[in-house]
Design a binder for this molecule. Sequence first.
Ligand code: FES
Ligand code: FES
Length: 151
Amino acid sequence: MQTRSIELELNGKTCSRTVPVTQTLASLLREGFGLSTSISCGEGNCGTCSVLVDGQPVRSCLMLAVQASGRAVKSLEGLADQLPRLQKAFSENHAIQCGFCAPGFMIAAASLLCSNPKPCEAEIREAIKGHLCRCSGYSGFVSAILDAAQE
Ligand code: FES
Ligand code: FES
């Protein structure tokens, strides 16, 4: 199996690993670093595996680990400063039912609020498009992110 050494900034810390060239970033985060990054569809369809790469939301099941070399990656664990207000807003707006989609929506919301602290509804809908929720619908997420933006 062909491998390559990579170095990346993961949740604020410089890390290095030797990885198979075919390993996805999602797999590296879960199996190499023990993080909670979810893998559901594994094909780029659901958004639940999203992480931030250089501040931008990325589906980590579609990105190779070697492509993360030299870049700054943040998983949910790296967003501890933002999670409490998001979790509170998601809960109060009943945005989440089964929780399948929650990690992806959290990453999308955190990314949006970082670049645009007071987004309008249209901007929120644009930020969460492509994240699939099969049970709660999307209006709860929109309301939750609007609420989180007020805090
Ligand atoms: S697991 Fe990556 S988009 Fe679904
Ligand atoms: S809450 Fe179940 S898929 Fe979104």
